[in-house]
Ligand binder design. Structure first.
Ligand SMILES: [Zn+2]
Ligand SMILES: [Zn+2]
Length: 254
């Protein structure tokens, strides 16, 4: 069995498609998926998915790409994280690629999430783009290692992965690892220890080969796992077993 550790299937493009999504998951032996929150306004949507389906868990957080005034306060995160199907805080982090100007608000929001995660004892889901140095610096300053978590949709160097693993973090690969020209990421996917690996789709984005360009969905995480198995010269079963065990060890869903 496989688990999609990061998807956004509460987005509008999936409206009315839940039966098919569950069917594709079942046919690909994907037992669970984590529905990741990007804004408190839409938290009710990921919560409804998690409450309505045994296959889904959810998180609470405000994405760094959400505008400056989207909050949240530490207490707002902790309060929502009390629900038994909320297994993580995020997604949070830094994105210097899609946002411009003085991004102090983004760093402050990231610190808020780390504080909430430490306080409620749930792991963090971290997004980082063009901001590697600041991401690690803030993780260290705020003692993110006490919460642990995952660096999602990994696109950084192996050195970055090592630094994150030293801080108690897992490394999650998306469909990018299946792209022909993603040589550097393929190398990292080969080198990260099996006990720190996770797989994800980041649906609706980044559909893996052979579905590139389409609306991604959790069942297709199988292609990510297959490519990692190929890169590491091992079986799909080995990658599935390890990444699923890692998911349950990290997120401890009840
Ligand atoms: Zn992300
Ligand atoms: Zn995401």
């Amino acid at each position: 069995m496989l688990v999609d550790s990061h998807c956004h299937i509460d987005f509008e493009e999936y409206a009315g498609r839940m039966p098919q999504i569950l069917d594709v998951m079942a046919r690909n032996q994907v037992s669970h998926a984590l529905c990741v929150c990007v804004n408190l306004i839409d938290f009710h949507r990921v919560l409804a998915l998690a409450e309505g389906h045994t296959q889904f868990f959810a998180s609470v957080g405000v994405h760094p790409d959400q505008g400056e005034n989207a909050g949240p306060a530490v207490d707002e995160l902790i309060e929502r994280a009390q629900h038994p199907k909320i297994v993580a805080i995020g997604e949070t982090g830094l994105d210097y690629y899609r946002q411009e100007g003085d991004l102090e608000w983004q760093r402050a929001r990231f610190r808020t999430h780390i504080r909430a995660a430490r306080e409620c004892g749930k792991p963090l889901i971290i997004h980082t783009r063009d901001a590697g140095e600041d991401t690690l610096r803030i993780m260290r300053e705020e003692r993110a290692d006490e919460a642990g978590g995952v660096m999602h949709c990994f696109t950084e160097t192996f050195e970055f992965a090592q630094a994150a693993m030293e801080l108690n973090f897992y490394v999650s690969f998306s469909g990018i690892v299946t792209f022909k020209n993603a040589h550097a990421i393929k190398e990292v996917a080969r080198a990260v220890p099996m006990e720190r690996l996770l797989v994800e789709t980041d649906s609706p984005y980044l559909a893996p080969v052979p579905h590139r360009g389409k609306t991604n969905e959790p069942g297709w995480v199988r292609h990510v796992a297959e490519e990692i198995a190929r890169l590491r010269d091992t079986s799909l079963e080995t990658v599935a077993e390890a990444t699923t065990a890692n998911f349950f060890r990290l997120f401890k869903p009840s």
